[in-house]
Design a protein around this ligand. Structure first.
Ligand code: PGA
Length: 251
């Protein structure tokens, strides 16, 4: 059966010292617990190796928030998938709406990043989601279909089976405005159907589809109670142990 996952996306927050303290705090909070979901922290690049060293990575997976669209070489300032993997990180968040919007990441660029991540043994957490105008125009189903097809549908079934999807309606990110559990369920079920139309039903059934966008201690339980919502990608509420742990415990 598919995995339940709660993943933090720290974005560009925390110094190295603050991030280490946060990761250690989470490690401590989980020490004597067996969560009913996989727990992941998505840290800035600068923190990856230290965080991976400081925590029990069997219990908490470490994710980068991006990787380069080239293997290596003269790309000043970039961080490759191989470099991410060499820190002990096992995941990489790709295609976050902030990357698409502010850094011009296209479907084609993201396809390359996904391939490089997989080639380096990283699990991509691939983000999709519509903006408000698209939702209001009733285009959200088409938008997510295009995002999936444009970056993922050239993958073999075996490789697609390694992908985690995060549905994040852009209008819900950092706004305090969450999709209702019914809205999340509706589009997650649609996404699963889209996957099944290309790959086998078992591949679709085994794919973890996370919800993201103002998920917090108060709304997590209802969201993850839906059959096609397999967990969450958490921004703001992942920045403290007190806010993050109740989401982990929502399962
Ligand atoms: P948020 O961010 O939880 O702060 O809305 C989610 C995300 O962008 O991954």
């Amino acid at each position: 059966m598919r995995k339940k996952i709660v993943a933090g996306n720290w974005k560009m927050n925390t110094t190295l010292q603050e991030g280490l303290a946060l990761a250690k705090g989470l490690n401590e909070a989980l020490k004597d617990k067996t969560p009913k979901c996989d727990v992941i922290v998505g840290t800035p690049f600068t923190h990856l190796a230290c965080v991976a060293d400081a925590i029990d990575t069997n219990k908490i997976g470490v994710a980068a928030q991006n990787c380069a669209d080239h293997e290596k070489g003269a790309y000043t300032g970039e961080v490759s998938a191989a470099m991410v993997a060499s820190t002990g990180a096992k995941y990489v968040i790709l295609g976050h709406s902030e990357r698409r919007q502010y850094y011009g990441e296209t479907a084609e660029i993201l396809k390359t990043k996904v391939n490089l991540a997989l080639a380096n043994g990283l699990t991509p957490i691939f983000c999709i989601g519509e903006v408000l105008e698209e939702r209001e125009a009733g285009k959200h189903f088409d938008v997510v279909d295009e995002q999936i097809k444009g970056s993922l549908f050239d993958l073999s079934a075996e490789d697609f089976g390694k992908i985690v999807i995060a549905y994040e309606p852009v209008w819900a990110i950092g706004t305090g405005k969450t999709a209702t559990a019914d809205q999340a369920q509706e589009i997650h079920a649609h996404i699963r159907k889209t996957i099944a139309s290309k790959y086998e039903q078992t591949i679709a059934d085994n794919c973890s589809i996370l919800y993201g966008g103002s998920m917090n201690a108060g709304n997590a339980k209802e969201l993850v109670s839906k059959p096609d919502v397999d967990g969450g990608l958490i921004g703001g509420a992942s920045l403290s142990v007190e806010n993050f742990m109740p989401i982990v415990e929502a399962f």
